[in-house]
Ligand binder design. Structure first.
Ligand code: 5GP
Length: 206
């Protein structure tokens, strides 16, 4: 079996409940590491630097790009977001399955650079439900909600590039399904070539 962790990207419309799902999965299963992104967005009420994000200035973000500290970055509704390289590689080398909660442009860049990465897309059961959740969350003003819904329409076009879709009807069921899909990646033949090679040579030696 492979010792290296899986790189799993979780995307989904803003308000689809990805954050809640990922937290539910991490609470229950402990072989995961959640990557903390850098962003130029201002912290929301209750968010802490280094926990939800590393909140940085535009200048600092630019510097991180130049120093190749990010494995991908993207712009999303007036702000920049990016995935720090070092943590992801270190955790995967330690055998942890690393979760990137990132938007679609970043996800596609990850797939290009790491074809073995698993891409999961989370959606609520309907567009109406998405709007209800975004308004109900109460963290953004109506103008930003509107921009996020428009962005959702554009993002829907990219779903076909993902490996699996997760319909977030109930958190518990969906978190379990996410876990099972990620664990199935460990059983892929392409992730077990060393084991298979070993088995072949042992069989020949019998
Ligand atoms: P929010 O402002 O709601 O926290 O995040 C906005 C969007 O940016 C979400 O879709 C989130 O998944 C995405 N995002 C967060 N971190 C990253 C990142 O490091 N890279 C990319 N490409 N997107 C990110």
């Amino acid at each position: 079996m492979s010792d290296q962790g899986i790189l799993a990207v979780v995307s989904g419309f803003s308000g689809a409940g990805k954050g809640t799902l990922i937290r539910a999965m991490l609470d229950k299963y402990h072989n995961y590491a959640l990557s903390v992104s850098a962003t130029t967005r201002a912290p929301r009420e209750g968010e802490e630097d280094g926990r939800e994000y590393f909140f940085v200035s535009r200048e600092k973000f630019q510097q991180m790009i130049e120093e190749e500290q990010l494995i991908e970055h993207a712009q999303y509704v007036n702000n920049y977001y990016g995935t720090p390289r070092q943590y992801v590689f270190q955790q995967m080398a330690d055998g942890k399955d690393v979760i990137l909660e990132i938007e679609i442009q970043g996800a596609l860049k990850i797939k290009e650079r790491f074809p073995e990465a698993l891409l999961l897309f989370v959606t609520p059961p309907s567009a109406d439900e998405l709007k209800r959740r975004l308004i109900g969350r109460g963290t953004e003003n109506l103008d930003v909600i509107d921009k996020r819904l428009h962005r959702a329409a554009a993002e829907a076009e990219g779903i076909n590039s993902y490996d699996y879709i997760l319909i977030n009807d109930t958190v518990e069921r969906c978190a379990e399904e996410m876990h099972r899909l990620i664990q199935a990646q460990h059983r892929k033949v392409s992730a077990n070539l060393d084991f298979i090679g070993q088995m072949k040579s042992e069989l020949k030696a019998i």
